[in-house]
Write a protein that binds this ligand. Structure first.
Ligand code: NOJ
Length: 560
């Protein structure tokens, strides 16, 4: 198998919020096809498409009711084929989202499964008797609030749902379920999709004992130790690889909350025949308080750097890294890790892009990142759509764990809808996303942040991303070089070096709004001209004394 995805750059599309061509307020597949020339201009190689399968949209497509059909809101299978064809003309590959830890409760398997204890599909899901006192089988709390168990009156058992009760967990112990999933994956690969981003794939194997978890501030037990990276997860992934992935030249990335570097070595290890990459959560989980993301706390740059360094070093020569700042579940990168004040918005966005794209691994760009989009602050909870946010709002307020103000502030910082407001294409009504009423309001700052504007400005963040992508194609060191951290203990600067053959790549990024003076080891001699920078102010002060302007990022390529 070739490892073609090593020098690829992936662009994530959240279809619901990308581009609406029908005026129903919801993005669609034709809308993606229409924008392929734009993506081609950016220079990306692969699109990761968040789910487009049939779904009642309890969780915007992450609750699938038919894996073989396209969601009505998004169009038809013909639209999908057309998108694949046009993408192919641009040499852009499509990576599907694969959501197989759970289905929708409206999937025909679940409808059958629920109908009686003897139904052949009963065992496709995880059903358990109540505890002797009638309580749910375990005390685990679900990711979207409440218990992970829902009682079914008719058959007098509980079913497991790690997410919402409309997302029942599949039972991977069942061989024919696994066979059905593999066949479904082949169905899409045979159409010409390039691979899969696998939703919470490290949750598919549960501890067969189903023990109670340690009690949390939420009032529920922590089930994670009993379903994250469970006992058979590697067997299942190896089987999937044998039965499906090894038959095509695929790209795969497993979304893995709670996975650490050691586990990632097993998931992505060269000789292990499982996955190509994982999405870990260590950097995006920084500063989670007692109530998780809804009680955000301060974090330090040294913590962030330590996380990146440990993944860079840990997977070097062993596995492969994915690199991301944001996605449809995370706040916007600039608001989270940069500085969204207008003075620094673009500059800090370019700095973040530099820092990420020069690391070893496959970078992922989330739609709108190349425009410099930011978080949104809706005045009213009524404007929010995400079930995680809405459930947490009800739950944390009713239990008086947070005040309304604290909750809204937490949503502004961390809520998932920050990433899900529609793409800004132009200055037209609704940012050019739709001619109808958008399913979620558009961020009002579309008048100053939009695609038309960035395409018109030669020094825009769009063209900066374009250049970063080109550099990856031109310089093998960006793909292959080893990583060494520099100024490890510095609280303002993220500096590192990549080394390959006779070359060194030195990457210097200022994460603050201060001008910072610093020294570099004597062995590093910077060239006059950076390979790329977001600020042409010279950084060399004198021998080994340097200075970075606020949010300045500069990269130097040195021939030894
Ligand atoms: C992770 C997905 O990225 C998220 O959007 C979804 O809600 C959960 N998994 C459940 O599928």
């Amino acid at each position: 198998m070739t490892q073609w995805w090593k020098d690829a750059v992936v662009y994530q599309i959240y279809p619901r919020s990308f581009n609406d061509t029908t005026g129903n307020g919801i993005g669609d597949i034709k809308g993606i096809t229409e924008k392929l020339p734009y993506l081609n201009r950016l220079g990306i190689d692969v699109i990761w498409l968040s789910p487009v399968y049939q779904s009642p949209n309890d969780d915007n497509g992450y609750d699938i009711s038919d894996y073989h059909a396209i969601m009505d809101d998004f169009g038809t299978m013909d639209d999908f084929h057309e998108m694949l064809n046009v993408a192919d003309q641009f040499n852009i590959k499509i990576m599907m989202d694969l959501v197989v830890n759970h289905t929708s409760d409206e999937h025909k398997w679940f409808i059958e499964s629920k109908s009686s204890k003897n139904n052949p599909y009963r065992d496709y899901y995880i059903w358990k008797d109540p505890k002797p006192n009638g309580e749910p089988p375990t005390n685990w709390g679900a990711h979207f609030g409440g218990s992970t168990w829902e009682y079914d009156e008719q058959t007098e058992q509980y079913y497991l749902h790690l997410f919402s009760k409309k997302q029942p967990d599949l039972n991977w112990e069942n061989e024919s379920l696994r066979r059905d999933i593999y066949d479904m994956m082949l169905f899409w690969l045979d159409k010409g999709v390039a691979g899969f981003r696998m939703d919470v794939i490290n949750m598919i194997s549960k501890d067969p004992e189903y023990p109670d978890g340690e009690l949390q501030a939420t009032g529920f037990g922590d089930g994670a130790p009993f379903y994250l990276n469970g006992p058979k997860v590697h067997d299942y992934l190896q089987e999937m690889n044998r039965e499906v992935l090894s038959k095509h030249e695929t790209i795969t990335v497993g979304e893995m909350p709670g996975a650490n570097v050691e586990q990632a070595k097993l998931y992505t290890g060269k000789d292990r025949d499982e996955l190509d990459m994982v999405f870990h959560f260590e950097h995006v989980g920084l500063g989670e308080g007692e109530l998780g993301k809804f009680s955000p706390e301060e974090w330090r740059l040294t913590e962030l750097k330590e996380i990146f360094s440990s993944w860079q070093k840990g997977l070097d020569q062993v596995g492969w890294n994915s690199l991301y700042w944001s996605n449809h579940d995370q706040p916007r990168a600039i608001s989270r890790f940069g500085d969204e004040r207008e003075r620094y918005r673009v500059k800090s966005g370019k700095m973040l892009a530099t820092c990420l794209h020069m690391l070893k691994g496959t970078p992922y760009i989330f739609q709108g990142e190349e425009l410099g989009m930011t978080n949104v602050r809706f005045d009213s909870i009524q404007d929010y759509r995400d079930l995680e946010t809405l459930n947490a709002y009800d739950d944390l307020l009713s239990r008086k764990l947070l005040t309304e103000n604290e909750m809204m502030e937490a949503i502004y910082q961390r809520g998932r809808d920050n990433a899900r407001t529609p793409m800004h294409w132009s200055n037209d009504k609704n940012g050019g996303f739709t001619e109808g009423t958008p399913w979620i309001p558009v961020n009002p700052n579309y008048t100053t942040i939009n695609a038309d504007l960035v395409l018109d400005q030669p020094d825009s963040i769009f063209y900066y991303y374009q250049k970063l992508i080109q550099l990856r194609k031109e310089h093998e060191i960006i793909v292959e070089g080893t990583y060494e951290d520099l100024l490890k203990d510095h609280e303002s600067l993220f500096c590192y070096k990549r080394v390959y053959k006779e070359q060194e790549l030195v990457v210097l990024c200022n994460f603050t709004d201060n001008r910072v003076e610093f020294e570099l080891p004597e062995s590093i001699e910077l060239t006059e001209e950076p390979l790329i920078t977001n600020d042409s102010t010279p950084i060399i002060q004198s021998d080994q004394t340097y200075q970075l302007e606020p949010y300045q990022a500069s990269v130097y390529l040195i021939q030894k």
